[in-house]
Write a protein that binds this ligand. Structure first.
Ligand SMILES: Cc1ncc(COP(=O)(O)O)c(C=O)c1O
Length: 405
């Protein structure tokens, strides 16, 4: 059934459906035709939630802890979140400054919806996670996209930030490690951004740290509010259990930030979900307070998969990716494939054409970089077992060798 756009909220009518979901739909359609597709498009770890965490959820159900919690989350979980921010990020946080939401995405949504008005601007460095500009737009505000090319590691510089700030700027959204590039901001890079932000106290920052624990080669992790404590009243530090503990379906995200902001987000949440799922909150409490060895194990698996992708993809003629330092994505330039023809006779004019041809002719699903605000790239997600990953990368190699001028 087609949507009747005229009956929709005007901001929703203008919003784009998620490009990653669109790729997943195409994959399902190809699979329904009988094609054996290897998907390198998933944005979630392929592991099971650690069993002691799942057991905590089951125990909550069995013992009848199945009623509403406080809107902002269980006190015990908020205390565990405050302890996590202090232990892992050096952020001293009172439990009252924390909030539990239904996934990291809802943290971002709550923060923006609680603060934005029509005409406000939000600085979104590109390449960006697909949802940032859409959430900004849903709130009636305007995303200000700052292109951050590979020569700055796909990261926003202090000069670029300074140039993007106007009297209407309400937020900057930072994401490290990044989806879709895997880039990680160093302490010095964050310090340089902090200098600019200190001079603009009306500009708030979402620090999206959801991939914090997926960081490779011993690269140290820093978050903005840790690097510049004087920014504490300007920064909402967001995180969650989705990627760190393979808990995407449990839908628990959390944050710490200025008390006024957290209370505004709580007010909004009170009229929206009434709070995150109680059972999931119990599981998240166990994830944060129980044994942490899962994180180390999954991180080293992702690092070895990263090495497979970087090696094999860079052997494919016309494709190039730098070595990502975190998350589970390789943002790969396909510039040199453009203008070529596939064996089926398709002319590759854009990264979306490359992604479609890879799916149709090589049975490998990826996502085009332009969906993340920068083309011509393809995002290769390596949240998949080693053997399938190798087969997919080899299929990509065969595909790129088969192209003709
Ligand atoms: C950069 C980024 N931030 C936030 C999220 C949302 O995480 P959650 O599943 O906890 O809502 C994702 C999920 O893909 C992401 O990639």
């Amino acid at each position: 059934m087609r949507m009747n756009v005229s009956r929709l909220n005007r901001f929703l009518a203008e919003a784009k459906p998620s490009a990653t979901f669109k790729v997943m739909d195409r994959v399902s359609a190809r699979r329904a035709e009988g094609a054996k597709i290897i998907s390198l498009s998933a944005g979630e770890p392929d592991f099971d939630t650690p069993s002691h965490v799942s057991e905590a959820g089951i125990a909550a159900i069995r013992s009848g802890r199945t009623r509403y919690t406080q809107v902002a989350g269980m006190r015990s979980l908020r205390e565990a979140i405050a302890a996590k921010f202090e232990r892992e990020n050096g952020l001293k946080s009172e439990w009252q400054n924390t909030l539990v939401c239904s996934g990291g995405k809802q943290v971002i949504f709550n923060a923006l919806a609680a603060t934005l008005n029509v005409g406000d601007e939000v600085i979104v460095p590109a390449p960006y996670w697909v949802s940032y500009p859409e959430i900004v737009q849903l709130c009636g505000a305007s995303p200000v996209i700052v292109q951050c090319k590979s020569d700055t590691g796909f990261k926003i510089t202090a000069d670029a930030l300074q140039a993007a700030i106007t009297p209407r700027t309400r937020w900057l959204i930072l994401n490290s490690p990044s989806n879709p590039t895997g880039s990680v901001y160093s302490r010095d890079e964050l310090r340089a951004l902090a200098e600019v932000l200190l001079a603009h106290p009306n500009v708030l920052v979402i620090s999206d740290d959801i991939y914090e624990h997926l960081i490779f080669d011993g690269v140290p992790y820093f978050t903005l509010a840790q690097v510049e404590p004087r920014l504490r009243e300007q920064v909402l530090t967001m995180n969650g259990v989705s990627k760190a503990y393979a808990m995407t379906g449990w839908r628990i995200g959390f944050c710490t930030g200025p008390r006024w902001l957290v209370e505004a987000m709580e007010k909004l949440q009170g009229q929206q979900t009434s709070g995150a799922c109680t059972i999931s909150q119990h599981a998240a409490l166990t994830a944060l307070t129980g044994p942490q060895d899962f994180i180390q194990k999954s991180c080293s698996i992702f690092q070895s998969r990263r090495d497979i992708v970087v090696e094999l993809v860079n052997q494919a003629p016309g494709l190039h990716c730098e070595v990502p330092q975190g998350a589970f994505y390789a943002f790969t330039s396909c510039q040199d494939l453009l203008g070529k023809y596939t064996p089926a006779g398709t002319l590759l004019n854009s990264d979306e054409d490359v992604v479609n041809a890879l799916l149709d002719e090589a049975n490998v699903a990826t996502v085009h970089g332009s969906a993340f605000g920068m083309g011509p790239y393809i995002r290769i997600a390596y949240a998949i077992d080693d053997a399938s990953l190798r087969r997919a990368c080899e299929a990509i190699q065969v595909f790129s060798r088969s192209l003709v001028n």
